[in-house]
Ligand binder design. Sequence first.
Ligand SMILES: [Zn+2]
Ligand SMILES: [Zn+2]
Length: 272
Amino acid sequence: MVKIASIGSGSKGNGTLLAAGETLLLIDCGFTLKETEKRFLDLGVAPSDLSAILVTHEHGDHANGVAALSRRYNLPVYMSHGTHLTGRCSDVHQAVCFDAGECFSIDEIAVSSIMVPHDARQPCQYVFRVGKLKLGLLTDVGHVTPHIVESYQNCDYLILEFNHDLAMLNSGPYPPSLKRRVGGDLGHLNNHQAAELLFYAEHPGLKRVLIAHISQQNNSLDAVESAIKQRLGSHFDKHQFATQEAGFDWVCLDLDAQAAGPEHLSRKAVGV
Ligand SMILES: [Zn+2]
Ligand SMILES: [Zn+2]
């Protein structure tokens, strides 16, 4: 059984669980130790069940709780050399470092680290494979590159950032410097950029899309819906939303989700 859940998603903290057989991974931990333990309990698992923590980058909403959780439960922490060098995740039980772009395995889960444009040191997002099943995780990305489009083709499941609505960001309460950062090439995906990527990732074998890292200040579910409908058509209904408060509950991943293989014929040309 392969399944995913989120303990929370947004600028105040992130954490995604991926379970495959006996292997349980936590990708990012932006919450305090106490808050993380509580959120695990809500999902019916214990931090002591974890096999490892995997980090995307050093920003606090992804890394704040990593070191304490790692030390408390003797967990190895996988991260890029760049993330490690920032010192935000250095005081951990055991650091396992890799170069952005490397592929490796954590027990039953094959992990591909994907280099992404974001204002952090060697930030990575991830594609996971368990047998034939492919799951993509993509948040904290300033713009969509051809490498990203290529890497997230033919996913069976996708966790994808829809961070902000550009008009809401521009007219919202953030100071000008923060607006430039969030909306810039090394910031976050706006709804239209994310919908564009989803358009390229969409194929008959894509079962479900978890919409993540939604800004509470600069976005709304209606704005996300409208961007999706505009780009993918009003019939598109494979998505559900992750929240800051509760993330999303366990979603079981269908191991037979291979309607489209890697050579799926209607694959769209990379045009982003
Ligand atoms: Zn973030
Ligand atoms: Zn970030």
